[in-house]
Design a protein. Structure first.
Length: 255
């Protein structure tokens, strides 16, 4: 059950970060989304031998993280879920791709080592760019921009409701965990024998609360479509994202 507390603290941390007041936070959400997509596409599409280009791409997180007041440790922790897959790909490449490219002080550097380094760098850059996006933009603003990008309204509504249900689920789980620990002195978590009852009660409680929330929304005029008040995008922001996106594409082509 430590994961519940961890999930709550992570959500709170992300909420606090996204409500910051830095210059990066004040940028229009659509500008950040477009730039992040271009950045990820340019990074992922790079050849596995373009180590220099991938190193150059670190300029963006090196500038954005301090500018947006995002702790580097916080950003690096978000890579942990993807790490097992990356390690598997790295080990596989090193074992099976043994073509020697060059020697470095008498040590043979194989194609597998270079490819593995590229995979690691691509993962690191892609994850950090997404962390920068979600840490500087509130969830409601991100979802609102889906409407601008012509995402189907049904999908937007489902995303909003799932996000709200997730908050309800985590909060209910935290309340139930605290209540359980108060009744089971000395336990550090939910006993395996009680885990089935705990999960069953959690599903019933959250479903009931979600139904009441939906009923309240219906009484207030909810018709299945979520409406957002969209911010106006400035000309300077449009020009800026076009310039930076073009710069990334040029770097990708010529480096």
């Amino acid at each position: 059950m430590k994961k519940i507390s961890s999930s709550i603290s992570q959500m709170i941390s992300l909420d606090e970060l996204s409500n910051g007041s830095s210059a990066f936070h004040k940028l229009h959400p659509l500008v950040k989304i477009i730039f992040t997509l271009v950045y990820i596409v340019c990074t992922v599409s790079a050849a596995n031998t373009d180590i220099f280009f991938l190193c150059v791409m670190f300029i963006y997180p090196a500038i954005a993280l301090p500018l947006a007041d995002i702790p580097i440790v916080f950003a690096l922790k978000r890579i942990l879920p993807a790490l097992p897959f990356v390690i598997f790909a790295v080990i596989t490449n090193i074992i099976f791709d043994r073509t020697i490219i060059f020697y470095f002080y008498g040590i043979a550097v194989t194609s597998g080592v270079i490819t593995s380094a590229a995979i690691l760098l691509k993962t690191l850059l892609a994850v950090i760019s997404v962390v920068i996006l979600v840490s500087t933009t509130r969830a409601d603003e991100l979802i609102a921009q889906l409407n601008t990008l012509r995402v189907p309204k049904l999908l937007i509504s489902v995303t909003v409701l799932c996000f709200r249900y997730l908050n309800t689920l985590v909060n209910c789980a935290a309340d139930m965990k605290n209540a359980y620990l108060l009744r089971a002195y000395g336990n550090k978590g939910v006993d395996i024998r009680d885990s089935g009852k705990f999960l069953g009660s959690l599903i019933i409680r959250t479903a009931d609360k979600a139904q009441r929330i939906y009923g309240a929304m219906t009484l207030r005029g909810f018709d299945g479509v979520v409406y957002f008040k969209l911010r106006k995008i400035k000309f300077q922001e449009i020009a800026g994202v076009i310039f930076l996106s073009a710069l990334l594409i040029l770097l990708r082509v010529f480096l």
